[in-house]
Design a protein around this ligand. Structure first.
Ligand code: GRF
Length: 216
């Protein structure tokens, strides 16, 4: 069967991109990275793509009069590489409704919190300030609203009393690298069904798409 072709959008470090690249290197994995697009030049994620021998393109958002024309170029590059699914992986641009019309239910994102709690930036800092005992990460279908959309999978991690934003980020990131490839696998296997704004995941070993980090 043809593998699902991923267009991965990044803006920086690209550790989630790396997790997707490594998953796709598995012979039995049902997806492959078709292209990597960064809106920022010279970022580590582009180096990761090159090191893996994958096509990478820089589309600097600064060169466009408005978001829509930037996004039209993203779409052109994605189609040129035969992408089926857009995976935002640390992509720091807001996408408008017109992009989602072009890619209906074909854009997913990873966010370092248990959405709908703590959308936006400085997540770990805000989790600590709120005194949360648990946090985690979420892979979800993207919508024009920032960090919103039907949840595909989440992983929870405990917050420790001595955590700093950095230690918490590291613990959450380990789980991000686990759940993003899993979400992609489920999508590629046709197990992810959108029903009434919620996601049902069929036939997996993890009913309902919830993971808890047993190690803490
Ligand atoms: C991750 O924490 C991701 O959840 C968030 O931005 C960060 C990107 O990290 N959206 P990386 O570029 O994948 O290393």
């Amino acid at each position: 069967m043809a593998r699902l072709r991923l267009g991965v959008l990044i803006s920086g470090r690209g550790s989630n991109l790396q997790a997707l690249i490594e998953a796709c290197q598995g012979l039995a994995f049902p997806a492959e990275v078709a292209c990597v697009i960064s809106n920022v030049r010279g970022v580590q994620g582009i180096e990761r793509a090159r090191a893996a021998g994958l096509p990478s393109v820089v589309v600097p958002h600064t060169g466009y009069p408005d978001r829509e024309s930037f996004e039209a170029d993203l779409t052109r590059v994605l189609y040129a590489h035969g992408a089926d699914l857009v995976c935002n992986a640390g992509f720091m641009r807001i996408l408008t409704a017109s992009f989602f019309e072009e890619w209906p239910d074909r854009v997913i994102n990873i966010h370092p919190s248990l959405l709908p709690a703590f959308p936006g930036l400085r997540t770990h800092e805000r989790v600590l300030a709120a005194g949360c005992r648990f946090t985690g990460c979420t892979v979800h279908f993207s919508r024009p609203e920032v960090d919103a959309g039907p949840i595909i999978i989440q992983a929870a991690v405990p917050v420790r009393p001595d955590d700093t934003p950095d230690t918490l980020a590291e613990r959450v990131l380990t789980e991000e690298h686990r759940i993003y490839p899993l979400a992609v696998r489920w999508l590629a296997e046709g197990r992810v069904h959108l029903e009434g704004g919620r996601v049902l995941v069929s036939g997996t070993e993890i009913p309902g798409g919830a993971l808890v980090n047993p190690a803490g």
